[in-house]
Design a protein around this ligand. Structure first.
Ligand code: ADP
Ligand code: GLC
Length: 473
């Protein structure tokens, strides 16, 4: 089976969040179960030069907005699978990966160029696997091409929702410039008075998936459907939840190059050294008996940081540390600064994006806070599990599916989970976790339960293969 995966970001070439982790790892996992998978992604200014040694095409011809556009294509296998990186400086050599008024145009171009690249490279793929709104354009283009172009006759599309909250909205008037002026396309994109690339992908891909089973159910409800729940209900026989995996080549405390010391489920002793070094890094006193609470996230409403703000004073009152790595909403960044000023010997903050620090925090912390309002899957809780850092999560989306609340009687469960989005409920779990933390035997048990949890990509890859096969039925 030949599969081309399109994604706006992919590790190690680019990343702003979990989509990058997933798009980088899935093709490799698919290859391991026998799928001929290739990845296609843009080449950004932020993509490290070390991945760009090989130009495979310097004349990819793309008819675009009435002109003939020539793009270069680089090839790399740095993520463990064949990857084509489309180089169009005008669109992708910018100060950040996203955040421009014409993002819709940038990714429409990416989709269009990716399809030209596929045509140039060889036989038609069985599946084009699209991810998030950035790839909604290709779903429509392929649906149209299939009507008359022999090359695309047998190709089917799978669209994966990583986050329904981002919809890629723009003015309907822009559609004709992007080559989508016909009625079929206008219908597909039209949503709530605007054009939505996400809606187009959901409306006309052959199969839909999202990144956990619970989120697949949640987005069919008006509360979490962002106005698209009706469409997801309508297509529910084509919508499946497949929980993301963890790339244990990258996130493994036994081998992680970012860590000062290594450990595993059987011998956790070096985790203490990671903790010491983490405290040192943040210039905090090295009181190793006290637990470190941690958070690594995009500071958006999704992540429930407001709930952390409400409880963190009480956490610090117990003498614990709090270490946070994140960037995003101004109010949350300001709060972190105030917290640091208020308790400089207990709080460590890093405002920004820092890959190695993310690994060091996962390894050195004791407890990971993830009280998300919604969470399609969530990767940080799974990374925490492998690093012996016990997550406290809200029971939504992928957090519900990947976490089991600790049960004292049976010794089962890999963390702590609460339901209502209330500071009181969150605090209850925080105190329960603290109580367990001060019972070393109990704590080891929870850590081990988490470290032994198998979240490898293989399971997910096999489910994607089934999904790909279902596009034929
Ligand atoms: P989301 O994709 O919604 O942000 P996930 O939990 O799926 O949430 O994935 C987040 C990914 O981004 C993880 O790999 C996490 O380590 C990383 N990450 C988030 N914020 C930062 C940051 N400030 N610095 C480094 N890595 C970060
Ligand atoms: C999105 C979601 C996150 C998920 C990630 C990868 O960014 O917010 O929950 O883990 O995509 O699928």
């Amino acid at each position: 089976m030949r599969v081309a995966i399109l994604a706006a970001e992919a590790v190690p070439y680019s990343k702003t969040g979990g989509l990058g982790d997933v798009a980088g790892a899935l093709p490799k996992a698919l290859r391991r179960v026998g799928v001929d998978a290739v990845l296609i992604t843009p080449l950004y200014l932020q993509t490290k030069g070390e991945y760009l040694s090989q130009v495979v095409m310097d004349d990819l011809s793309v008819d675009w907005r009435g002109q003939n556009f020539r793009a270069r294509v680089f090839y790399s296998e740095a993520n463990g699978s064949p990857t084509f990186l489309i180089d169009a400086p005008e669109y992708f050599h910018r100060s950040s990966i996203y955040g421009f008024r014409e993002d819709y145009e940038r990714f429409a171009f990416f989709n269009h160029a990716a399809l030209r690249l596929i045509e140039r490279v060889g036989a038609p793929p069985d599946i084009v696997h699209l991810n998030d709104w950035h790839c909604g354009f290709a779903a429509i283009e392929i649906a149209k091409l299939r009507r008359w172009d022999e090359y695309w006759q047998r190709t089917r599309t799978v669209f994966s929702i990583h986050n329904l909250a981002y919809q890629g909205a723009f003015g309907m008037d822009e559609l004709w410039k992007l080559g989508f002026g016909d009625d079929f396309s206008r219908n597909a994109f039209s949503f709530d008075g605007s054009a939505s690339a996400l809606k187009a992908g959901l409306a006309d891909s052959d199969m839909l998936s999202t990144v956990s089973r619970t989120y697949a159910r949640e987005i069919q409800q008006p509360e979490n459907g962002y106005g698209l729940d009706w469409l997801l209900r309508q297509r529910s026989d084509r919508l499946f939840g497949i929980t993301n995996g963890v790339d244990y080549d990258v996130w493994n405390p036994e081998t992680d190059k970012e860590l000062p010391a290594h450990f595993n489920a059987w011998d956790l002793s070096a985790k203490m050294e990671c903790k010491r070094q983490l405290l040192r890094k943040f210039l905090l006193p090295e009181n190793l008996d006290k637990p470190i609470f941690a958070n690594v996230s995009r500071l958006t409403a999704q992540k429930g940081f407001d709930l952390i703000q409400q409880v963190i004073g009480e956490v610090l009152a117990t003498g614990a540390y709090f270490i946070a790595l994140g960037s995003g909403a101004r109010e949350h960044e300001d709060f972190l600064q105030k917290l640091k000023d208020f308790a400089p010997a207990q709080v460590g903050i890093y405002k920004g994006y820092n890959e190695s620090l993310a690994h060091q925090i996962e390894a050195g912390a004791d407890i990971f806070l993830m009280p998300s309002r919604f969470e399609p899957c969530g990767l940080n809780q799974m990374y925490s599990l492998r690093y012996g850092t016990v997550p406290i999560v809200r029971a939504v989306g992928g957090l519900e599916d990947t976490m089991q609340n600790f049960d004292r009687v049976n010794g089962t469960g890999n963390g702590f989970k609460f339901k209502e989005f209330q500071a009181g409920k969150f605090l209850e779990k925080i105190y329960e976790a603290l109580f367990a933390y001060y019972e070393p035997e109990t704590w080891r048990q929870i850590q081990r339960n988490g470290m032994m949890t198998d979240n490898s990509w293989e399971n997910a890859a096999r489910k994607y293969v089934e999904l790909y096969q279902m596009t034929r039925s």
